[in-house]
Design a protein around this ligand. Sequence first.
Ligand code: WT7
Length: 633
Amino acid sequence: MTLQIKTLEEYHNAYRRSIESPEAFWAEQASTFYWRQPWHTVLKNDFITPDIQWFMGGKLNITENCLDRHIAERGDQTAILWEANDPGSPSVTYTYRQLLAAVNQCANALKERGIGKGDRVCFYMPMVPEVAIAMLACARIGAIHSVVFAGFSANALAELIKDSACRMVICSDFNARGSKNTPVKSVVDEAISLGCDSVESVLVLKTGEEKVAFNPALDIWWHDAVAHQPDTCTAEIMDAEDMLFILYTSGSTGKPKGVVHTCGGYMVYTCFSFRNVFQYRDGDVFWCTADVGWITGHSYSLYGPLLSGAITLFFEGTPTFPDSGRFWQVIEKHKVTQFYTAPTAIRALMASGHDEPDKYDLSSLKVIGSVGEPINEEAWHWYENKVGRGKAPIVDTWWQTETGGILITPLPHITDTKPCFASYPLPGVQPCLVDPAGNEIHENGIEGLLCLKFPWPSILRTTYGDHERCRLNYFAAFEGKYFTGDGCRRDEDGRYRIIGRVDDVINVSGHRIGTAEVENAINQHSVVVESAVVGYPHDIKGQGIYAYVITQHPVTDEEHFRNEVLMVVTKEIGAIAKPDKIQIVSGLPKTRSGKIMRRILRKIACGESDGLGDISTLLNPEIVDELKSGVLV
Ligand code: WT7
């Protein structure tokens, strides 16, 4: 098995080795996996083009490492433990042996529909075991999965299907979350009707009795396609640098981009980080609450745990159904040992059930994690006291869709923790802070822009179909460095504290939303002339979405207009991108060259209109007073 650091000294040694001889360090980790053919070169490191390759020439299949490899030793151990939305439903378990059989059956069904190596398969699914089975089935046959969070709209889904020309969509009929049973299949139907000509079939999982429209030319039921298949399937032999998956994420400009991860490096790094960050031991029950529609679900609900032979809990429901004790009830029920969730959930649960955790036996917990956005001090302490109970330390893990795995984090029971600090780089990770001119800042106790100086195995390789976009987004700002888009502080002892995005990306409840995307959506409304969207601090969501909107003519019924704007955004992107506040304005502050001064809009939305600085250089300084007086609080 991959290295598991157990003491502070081991951490320092591993870190030193990983910096002095990264290739030897990672080759050592990689050699603990099952390769069909060894690599000839550990690393190609070109941060300019960029051209990053790990374990070159190596051949493998990640599912043989997630599944087959474990059968001899733990074939009858639980791999996936599934907890349904309805607390009354029985839990479902798949042992490693059962999971392998199910994956093979699904893989054979995909092959029967003509899916093979290199084909893209889009997922639009709730958190059910079948989503894991089908993702692994894709990996088994070398197909590339592109999972789309089932909260995105038909329009957004259609864009993503088209961007990577998916040949198949895998979905369910409905999505049971909380007290709602949300339609899924009908959203897929609508997306496909928007010109997704590449889609040849739709594999539909039946979850309940409610009927859905069914088009026999395109649609196939999961139970018809999968159940009769043989339960063995030879794994496709993949090159270490063949694509494993695409995952779309928002940036500061344009449409979401397809972040590409490849087989070998992603495998090595997710397993390594999982084992170390969560200090997983045999028999532990690991629970990451993220939906598989996000990278956290990919790396730490699915691949990291299975690569480590762990028990991973999948949860279909929400933190507040049937009440705000649900998470704690599930932890108690399954004796969860590692629990990994997002600050937005922690804040929501703190607000709705401050003492709720006290009612449950949480003594099984050894490590509790946080991810996705900065965790504020109050939430950090509540989480540590009420959930960790002084026994389970918090790992505040910083990473991104593009990094594939956790890069900066405390190691529980090994390094110290400090509220709001992601703290220390994992072995192999070389963070640095730069000033806006790109000079590296070497001193401590200072703030800068967070970059990484050296590749780690699961760094993104490209953005699907547009390598130049990848270069411009991440590698062009500071030569020879990967730029994260985050501002960051390093304290006197070298701990990192992530402050948040410095680009036009808003982090709403741990979800990345590009301001440009929301603006484009709002501008679809027939009376909207122009809009500008910024983030502002929000008690539960971390950041809320504030939209300034210019209309063609004065609107008589503002309430009605706002609802229409919300509907347009929901239709174009999804409910998660709905603005929290919409201010109707007659103009936007612009420079003489016509650029919107977002800095001013941000300050006003944050209620900091006293510190706007010099506005006399604006084309239209008079607009500032109007914005200030109309600000929504
Ligand atoms: C952005 C990446 C990767 C997990 C889920 C989000 C922010 C992530 C932290 C943290 C402060 C964090 C950053 C980052 N972020 N983790 N522990 N503390 N901020 O993935 O959607 O790709 O977003 O989330 O701003 O750039 P993502």
